[in-house]
Design a protein around this ligand. Sequence first.
Ligand SMILES: NC(=O)c1ccc[n+]([C@@H]2O[C@H](COP(=O)([O-])OP(=O)(O)OC[C@H]3O[C@@H](n4cnc5c(N)ncnc54)[C@H](O)[C@@H]3O)[C@@H](O)[C@H]2O)c1
Ligand SMILES: [Zn+2]
Length: 364
Amino acid sequence: MVDPGGEAEPVVVRLGDRSHPVRIRAGGSRELGADLAARVPGDRAFVTTDRNVLPLHAEAVRDDLERSGFATRLHVIPPGESSKSLSELERMYGELAEWRHESGEPIVAVGGGVVGDLAGFAAATYRRGVPIVHVPTSLLAQVDSSVGGKTGVNLPRGKNLVGAYHQPTAVYTDPTVLATLPEEEYRSGLAEVVKYGITSDAGLVASIETNAEGIANRDPGILAPLIRRCVGIKARIVEADEREEKGERLLLNLGHTVGHALESATDYALRHGEAVSIGLVCACRLALARGRLSAADADRVRRLLTGLGLPVDVPAHLDRSRILEPLRRDKKIAARRIRFVLPESIGRASVAEVSVEEVLASLG
Ligand SMILES: NC(=O)c1ccc[n+]([C@@H]2O[C@H](COP(=O)([O-])OP(=O)(O)OC[C@H]3O[C@@H](n4cnc5c(N)ncnc54)[C@H](O)[C@@H]3O)[C@@H](O)[C@H]2O)c1
Ligand SMILES: [Zn+2]
């Protein structure tokens, strides 16, 4: 598990002919060209990033690709969720066409989940599919969005309404790039790390508790094995239920039913990970009320999230019934019953049907 020099084996996502490695290595974002050259035909790569990540990491990725013999084209999008749009997608298609991007040539996405989702969808659809390579630079992208093959863009009516599954050719995850991530973004990503621990890995939770200082300092030696554990968990779940048809993948929604409702009730003033953090505490409270989780475990989750600098209480000023409005419209609701992920203990969760009233009570 320990990854001092970062020479550990990649996590392999095993999906038949769509199997691929996730290489988790300090400095790996500056040394991926040679590995990629062996995985794709030709010697051209379309590199896409956002304006924030461009000078911090994407130029270095491009330089490395060029040193490895790739001709590159750099495509830059404005930072932020609003770039996951049909208009940015069209702009990317336009540049791909102008550059005469050919079928086997990769699109290399260097950035957070926004760049990855947009570029992934462009890659899924341009010329009926070209390879996508992820170089995730936010913690959320490293532990979550770069793994699993979901891609897509938003419509004015809702998030991720247009999308496709498109597995990457390879993922190059470098914990050192997190050094430049804004503090709130970093903390927000930690909520997803805690989520993985509660659903699937008690040892991961213990490891977060033990390594609080290294995590706060973003020590790559501490982060690499933590990220590896999260990627491993997601990889196993995706292997079992790639297209979210069987239920395993639903477990990754722990904390997200209330989390999504809070994001929307606060008009996105709460970041995704902050809302998920509160959602995790609510899920624990609901499980506690049903006698499914011990008070000691619920307290432990709350302390852990607080220690990471994440919020754990539904903001006092929020009208509880307003929070439930989007919950009532949630696509997972059938006849006022909600499919809800409940923790059973630290490291174990399952899906249960709960009532809107129980969710309301869990808001505290
Ligand atoms: N495909 C999936 O399975 C999946 C899963 C979860 C989330 N998502 C999607 O991911 C998106 C959110 O991703 P995100 O949180 O990474 O947001 P993001 O891509 O907007 O990145 C957050 C901010 O951090 C900046 N940034 C990224 N890396 C940086 C670095 N190393 N240094 C400095 N700044 C950096 C970005 O420019 C941006 O301003 C959402 O659109 C969500 O729907 C997708
Ligand atoms: Zn999430």
